[in-house]
Write a protein that binds this ligand. Structure first.
Ligand code: BG6
Length: 497
């Protein structure tokens, strides 16, 4: 976002967790695509670091498999061979001080070879939470980050597991680094349609005047996945959908929908405006959680494991794989407008969308004309799988009768643009290299988000999951999630196909 390729100087990037799944599926394919499209600086080197013992050749083969399978552009043999020359591997344990000495020697080697003194060093921490702090402190204390101005840390989620641990991690990171050097990632913010919310809202004078409590009845944010938890049982059971999706991705999308207009598009300004939203979300008391938040867990269906049958999950687990939350934002713009958010595994399909429902017309004059009932207007913003924005309104069907039909104005990315849509990680990695933190989370945002989670987590911790909250795979969660909206006379929108 807001980038100019010329400003990215010589760059050294180290990926901790370089032999891991994220590196293979997302990070390397993203870097490879940036390389193909000419975004990487000429002087660029990538060092993967992990515990697995790889030779240089084995490591490149491991990465190649990932690119072949997951890159949006596939592999071109010649280009891959050239990209490969930029990659090296460093095996070692994160607690091992000597790893950092060897790392520094490698990085200095590139600087000598390039005859560059002021090379930026980016350290991507794609590791288990317990390794974040030790890696950061080793980096902070060693020579690797001696050039403090030129060192940055990109930190993968999960950022803590509750408010205290997130505060503690922030505190420890800030012992060694300044906030400007910390890039806490939320890959939803790198998704093109999520960034486009800024353009849609603030580059068009058409929508913004309506974007408030006077015209909007409610907002829905759905992030559904058709898959289960796969082989991530060990991680997921200690996390659950609230920590895995709501604390970060859903709240960040909410911020983009609900924030006030920024004065400019600088990182600080955008992050200030997003923090304001989180500060205005009405906090729940532990005793009221049940009235506003519903959890669920996928049960059994023929040929599909129930959550409790998944590998690494105890057979009496209460971990939620589904969350629905009716939340309120107590500020002038949004007071009285409910925001309904839901996310879950084993939903009917993979889809993420935002639905903005406007208020009904004051008098339904057209009713009684034998035509369809007039439903309120709606803006439907699909983030994935096929990004699009649709405006749903009514028109008179041509003919001698006054017959109304709902119509649909549609902007589809694929139809409109020839250029391919970059993956979220491409945008975010490039922003980290360019020193643009607008799409990254600041310490206060992470903590505010955790603060909102705490009553919910506390309530659930003391209460095993009720059997009625088990839902059938392929459904939109437990019945209670539908009832959450029925009580105000509303219902979830089905995704539009
Ligand atoms: C990750 C979660 O952050 O986001 C996963 O840990 C989830 O559980 C994934 O599947 C969803 O991301 P996307 O981009 O596929 O919607």
């Amino acid at each position: 976002m807001n980038l100019n390729k010329k400003i990215i100087g010589p760059t050294l990037m180290v990926i901790f967790g370089g032999s891991g799944d994220l590196a293979k599926r997302k990070l390397i394919p993203a870097l490879y695509n940036l390389y193909l499209e000419g975004w990487l600086p000429e002087k660029f080197a990538l060092i993967g670091s992990g515990r697995t013992e790889f030779t240089q050749e084995q490591y490149c083969e491991f990465l190649k498999e990932g690119v072949e399978k997951y890159s949006r552009s596939g592999i071109e043999s010649e280009k891959w061979e050239a990209f490969k020359t930029k990659v090296s591997y460093l095996a070692g344990g994160a607690f091992d001080e000597e790893l950092y000495t060897r790392m520094d020697a490698i990085l200095c080697g590139f600087e000598d070879e390039w005859q560059e003194k002021n090379v930026q060093r980016i350290f991507y921490l794609s590791v288990a939470p317990f390794l974040m702090e030790p890696i950061a402190s080793h980096l902070g204390k060693s020579r690797v980050c001696a050039n403090i101005e030129q060192s940055r840390l990109v930190i993968e989620k999960p950022f803590g597991k509750d408010l205290d641990s997130a505060k503690e991690l922030n505190r420890k990171l800030l012992d060694f680094f300044s906030e400007d050097q910390l890039y806490r990632i939320d890959h939803y913010l790198g998704k093109e349609p999520v960034q486009n919310l800024l353009a849609f809202r603030f580059a068009n004078s058409l929508f913004e005047p309506l974007w408030n409590r006077n015209y909007i009845d409610h907002v829905e944010i759905t992030v559904g996945e058709d898959i289960g938890i796969g082989d991530r049982g060990g991680y997921y059971n200690g996390s659950g959908a609230l920590r895995d999706m709501v604390q970060n991705h859903l709240l960040q999308v909410l911020c983009m929908v609900a924030m006030e207009a920024p004065i400019n598009f600088e990182a600080r300004e955008i992050r200030d405006k997003k923090s304001e939203v989180l500060r205005a979300v009405r906090p729940l008391a532990v005793e009221e959680v049940e009235n506003f938040v519903v959890r669920g867990q996928y049960g059994y269906a023929p040929g599909i494991n129930s959550y409790r049958e998944e590998e690494g999950v105890p057979d009496d687990s209460s971990t939620e794989t589904f969350v629905a939350w009716a939340l309120h934002i107590d500020n002038w713009r949004w007071h009285g407008v409910p925001f309904y958010m839901r996310t879950g595994k084993r939903m009917p399909r993979k889809t993420s969308y935002i639905s903005i429902q406007f208020k009904s017309v004051p008098i339904a004059e057209f009713q009684g004309t034998g035509t369809v009932p007039v439903h309120p207007n709606r803006i439907f913003i699909q983030i994935q799988p096929d990004p699009e924005i649709r405006l749903l309104f009514y028109a008179k069907k041509p003919g001698l009768k006054m017959e109304l039909k709902p119509v649909d104005m549609r902007f589809e990315y694929d139809e409109t643009y020839d250029s391919p849509t970059p993956e979220a990680y491409e945008t975010l990695l490039l922003d980290a290299m360019a020193g643009n933190a607008a799409l990254y989370m600041r310490a206060d945002q992470v903590e505010l988000a955790w603060q909102l989670m705490m009553p919910i987590l506390t309530h659930w911790q003391n209460k095993p999951l009720d059997e009625q909250l088990l839902y059938t795979p392929g459904s939109w969660g437990p019945r209670a999630a539908q009832e959450l909206l029925y009580k105000s006379g509303r219902s979830w929108h089905s995704p539009i196909s």
